[in-house]
Design a protein around this ligand. Structure first.
Ligand code: TXA
Ligand code: MG
Length: 315
């Protein structure tokens, strides 16, 4: 049991957070996507603590966060397509699943025994400063209890994991609001979309000329992409033009609503607000939630992916 400390982004706070990480303790850190629950990726005990604090039912592999390309190159092979993608989108909300380098120092619990490692260079200045100070890669899943909504504010982390982790580094609201796009780069150069995010297939084609294959072409997927995920406590009904009696309405665009993801119908704003709205629905104790239709284009595809998971039947 911890007395979870809330730290600001000052130099002294970053030093303290880095010292906690070096001692094997866990620190939640802001990234531009969502808050991550960080631990030293090379320390088996710290990584095991991440699974325990989240209550992850099984060892589902984690993303290693790096400060620069050199740190990445110590952990994974970087085929030409991976370099192209890194040049175009790092630092930023893109995770690459790449062949693990022989002898890489990361704990086997990070990859859950897979021959690949998911790796990301976040853009958030506090995340980058923390990784650099800690001096090595940080394993970090989203900082929510397993199966619950990802956190986009330090308060969300405190509500979900307070008492179970050493500290939370408060960087204010996450600007992107959805977890990173995950791409797997196979040894033959095929690039597969494993999880949609704010970097879309169109962005990838425009910036790199690479056309994405769908994640399931080869029967492999991000193992953590279980259907029920990101779920608020109430049930969710999607594509609702109007709410039924008793339903709380999550609107988009001019449809109004008890809450609205973006009154002007802007998908970027809606993505940034999505998880905060779900947390708010929990706080309002909404039992039945109706969600307005979201256009299934560009960033709307990532939003609809998260909404479908939130609406999926649960046990
Ligand atoms: O934006 C994000 O990606 C956030 C921030 C904190 O960086 N992190 C995040 O982590 O969303 P997490 O653990 O909630 O989701 C990581 C996903 C899981 O679905 C996991 O199964 C998948 O990445 N994954 C990790 N390693 C993998 C691998 N080697 N092969 C395939 N999928 C992998
Ligand atoms: Mg997650």
């Amino acid at each position: 049991m911890w007395q979870t400390r809330k730290l600001d982004g000052s130099d002294a706070a970053l030093d303290e957070a880095a010292a906690l990480l070096r001692s094997g303790a866990l620190v939640a850190m802001p990234t531009e996507t969502v808050y991550g629950l960080a631990g030293d990726a090379c320390n088996d005990r710290a990584v095991a603590e991440i699974y325990a604090a989240k209550g992850r039912p099984s060892f589902n592999p984690l993303i290693a966060h790096v400060a620069d390309l050199e740190m990445a190159g110590q952990l994974v092979e970087l085929p030409p397509q991976a370099r192209q993608l890194a040049d175009a989108f790092w630092p930023g909300p893109l995770t690459l699943v790449l062949p693990l380098k022989a002898g890489a120092a990361v704990s086997g619990l990070v990859t859950a025994g897979l021959p690949t490692l998911a790796i990301r260079m976040p853009a958030h200045p506090l995340a980058r400063a923390l990784i650099a100070r800690q001096g090595g890669p940080l394993a970090a899943p989203s900082a929510n209890p397993s199966g619950r909504i990802s956190p986009t504010l330090a308060e969300h982390v405190m509500t979900g994991l307070g008492g179970r982790i050493a500290a939370i580094l408060d960087g204010g609201p996450c600007t992107v609001g959805l977890e990173s796009t995950i791409l797997a780069v196979d040894p033959d150069g095929t690039v597969r979309l494993l999880r949609p995010g704010s970097i879309t297939a169109e962005d990838v084609r425009e910036r790199t000329g690479i056309t994405l294959s769908s994640g399931t072409d080869k029967g492999i997927e991000a193992p953590g992409q279980m259907l029920s995920h990101y779920a608020p406590k109430g049930t969710m009904r999607l594509e609702a033009k109007t709410p039924a009696p008793g339903e709380t309405f999550l609107g988009f665009g001019p449809s109004g609503g008890d809450l609205n993801l973006s009154p002007s119908g802007d998908l970027t704003e809606a993505a940034a607000n999505l998880f905060r709205a779900m947390h708010e629905l929990d706080r309002m104790n909404a039992k039945a939630i109706a969600v307005a239709p979201i256009p299934d284009t560009g960033l709307g595809r990532a939003i609809n992916d998260r909404l479908r998971r939130a609406a999926a039947p649960r046990d």
